[in-house]
Design a protein around this ligand. Structure first.
Ligand code: MLT
Length: 297
C-alpha cells in the first residue's frame, strides 16, 4: 500500500443532490471505484468530518481502484433537505433510499461514527442484503441510560431557546482527546462551525431519535458480516469499554484502538484510521464473504 499524497487528501468532491422516493434531496459526495463504502457522520455533524478519508481513493491512495466512497449528509444535516428522520431506524431506511436514488444496488460496506454507527447497526438488522461489511467507529450498542436521556431533553430545550451555538458549546469540548494534538485547534474550529450551521429543528429531532434508540446488544450478537470496530483510546463519549463489549459479542469483529484520539478518530488521526479501514477492506471484505445474509424475498 502506498501513502495517499497530501494534495490528493485535500480534494473533497462536489456534492450531488440525490432525490429520495419521498422527495427529500440528500447531498452526496462520491469518489473512487470498487466496493461501495458509505461513510455516515455523527451528531450534529455532516460529511465534512470525513474530509480526511478522500485521499484513500485518490490516485495512488490505499484504496485506489478498490473502493468507492459514498458520503451523504443525513436528512436535515449539511446540504440535505429536512425534515430529519425521526428515529435511527428511519435514518437507516433513508440511507437505503439514498443508495437507490444514486442507483447503487450492490452490497455496501456501511461505516458510521457514533450516531452514524447506530444507523449502521439498524442497517444490519433492517437491510442485511444491502451490506457486505460493517465498520462501527466511536459508537456503542447500548441504549441511553435515563440520565443520558434526560440530558438530551435538557440540551434540546436549551438549543430551542439559545440556538445551535449552545450545542457546539456543550459538545465540542468532549469530542477530542485531551492534550494539544497537532491539529486540535483547527479540528475544534471545523466542528464548531459545522454544529453552528445545523438547524435547530434538526438538532432537536436527532436528539429525540438518539434518546429513543433501542438497545442493540441482542441484535448485534446475530451480526454475521465482517465487522471492524474502531475507537479512540481517549473517547469520553463512547469509551473503549463500549467497543470492547461489542467486539466480544459480534462474531466476526476486529477491534482497533487508536492512541491519542478521542471521539473523532477519523479527524484526529486520519492516517491511523485510514490504515485500519484499508486493511479491513483489503483483507476481509474485498475477498469473498461466504456468510453474507440474504433478505427473505
Ligand atoms: C455522536 O457523536 O453522534 C453523538 O455523540 C452520539 C450520541 O450522543 O449518542
Amino acid at each position: 500500500m502506498t501513502e495517499p499524497s497530501p494534495a490528493a487528501a485535500s480534494q473533497v468532491p462536489e456534492a450531488r443532490l440525490a432525490t429520495m422516493h419521498d422527495g427529500r434531496r440528500i447531498a452526496v459526495r462520491q469518489a473512487g471505484s470498487g466496493v461501495p463504502v458509505v461513510l455516515l457522520h455523527g451528531f450534529p455533524l455532516d460529511h465534512s468530518m470525513w474530509d480526511g478519508q478522500w485521499g484513500l481513493v485518490a490516485p495512488g491512495g490505499w484504496l485506489d481502484g478498490v473502493a468507492r466512497l459514498i458520503v451523504p449528509d443525513l436528512a436535515g444535516f449539511g446540504g440535505s433537505d429536512g425534515p430529519t428522520s425521526s428515529s435511527i431506524a428511519a435514518m437507516a431506511d433513508e440511507v437505503v433510499a439514498m443508495l437507490d436514488a444514486i442507483e447503487c444496488r450492490e452490497p455496501v460496506v456501511a461505516c458510521g461514527l457514533s450516531m452514524g454507527g447506530y444507523v449502521v447497526q439498524h442497517l444490519a438488522v433492517r437491510h442485511p442484503a444491502r451490506l457486505c461489511g460493517l465498520v462501527l467507529v466511536d459508537t456503542k450498542l447500548e441504549a441511553d441510560t435515563p440520565e443520558a436521556r434526560a440530558g438530551r431533553v435538557d440540551l434540546s430545550e436549551r438549543v430551542g431557546r439559545l440556538g445551535a451555538g449552545l450545542a457546539a458549546e456543550a459538545m465540542v469540548p468532549r469530542l477530542l482527546a485531551r492534550g494539544p494534538g497537532p491539529d486540535r485547534r483547527s479540528i475544534e474550529a471545523r466542528l464548531r462551525g459545522t454544529i453552528e450551521r445545523t438547524a435547530v429543528a434538526t438538532i432537536q429531532t436527532a436528539l429525540e431519535a438518539l434518546g429513543d434508540r433501542p438497545d442493540m446488544t441482542a441484535a448485534a450478537a446475530r451480526f454475521s458480516l465482517p465487522t471492524l470496530l474502531v475507537v479512540g483510546a481517549e473517547d469520553m463519549i463512547t469509551p473503549p469499554e463500549c467497543l470492547e463489549r461489542a467486539a466480544a459479542l459480534i462474531r466476526r469483529a476486529q477491534l482497533e484502538t487508536i492512541p491519542g484520539c478521542g471521539h473523532m478518530t477519523p479527524m484526529e488521526d486520519p492516517a491511523a484510521f485510514n490504515a485500519r479501514l484499508a486493511s479491513f477492506l483489503g483483507e476481509r471484505v474485498v475477498t469473498a464473504s461466504p456468510e453474507r445474509p440474504r433478505e427473505a424475498p
